[in-house]
Design a protein. Structure first.
Length: 196
């Protein structure tokens, strides 16, 4: 079964959480020869530029997750433009690609809104939603695994997009579960956009 692995990389929404599992995530992916797409909050990228370059150097795809991880549905057209272009410029400085890079709306907010969809289209971006939410931010390993286990059954043969985050501890449990239990050698992410 092929799975499209995606990781949202951002400052945790809960300020009490100081975790950053990115190093471990990258190690697990590298050890299993898996590539994924990482949607990165622009201001996180600005503060952690070496880690973003590392993600790129390991062969993963870099994606845009707005600059301030905001609810895009509440932004003015100019606000949305700034959130997207500012982040894309940072990604371009690393990937060398002109962009637009793959994109994901924070919280998926506005993915059904005509306004957001039209704005994204005008700016050349396309939101990448997910089929399976790992709920990794709940940090309860057993629950995350149970949740993945039940959801994945519905997507046999369909290459579902799975949503993880870079910062919860639960991410590692979910990721290891997928690698170890979903027909190991066939678990590999596939790129989301043809031209990535
Ligand atoms: Zn996010």
């Amino acid at each position: 079964m092929r799975i499209k692995l995606t990781f949202d990389v951002e400052f945790p929404s809960n300020p009490k959480i100081q975790n950053n599992q990115l190093e471990q995530i990258l190690k697990i992916l590298e050890a299993n020869k898996i590539t994924a797409t990482f949607f990165i909050e622009g201001r996180w990228a600005q503060a952690n530029i070496e880690q973003v370059a590392q993600i790129h150097d390991l062969g993963h795809v870099l994606g845009n997750h707005t600059f301030h991880h905001c609810q895009c549905i509440n932004l003015t057209p100019f606000g949305l433009y700034r959130e997207l272009t500012k982040t894309d410029r940072i990604l371009t400085s690393i990937t060398g690609k002109r962009g637009p890079h793959p994109f994901r709306l924070p919280y998926g907010s506005g993915h059904k809104s005509l306004y957001v969809k039209l704005m994204l289209k005008m700016l050349g971006f396309k939101h990448t939603h997910w089929d399976i939410d790992s709920f990794d931010w709940r940090d309860d390993a057993a629950q995350i695994i149970r949740n993945l286990e039940t959801q994945i059954i519905d997507f046999k043969g369909k290459e579902p997009v799975v949503l993880f985050h870079s910062w919860p501890k639960g991410t590692l449990a979910g990721l290891n579960y997928l690698i170890e239990n979903v027909e190991v050698e066939e678990v590999q992410s596939v790129r989301i956009h043809k031209n990535d």
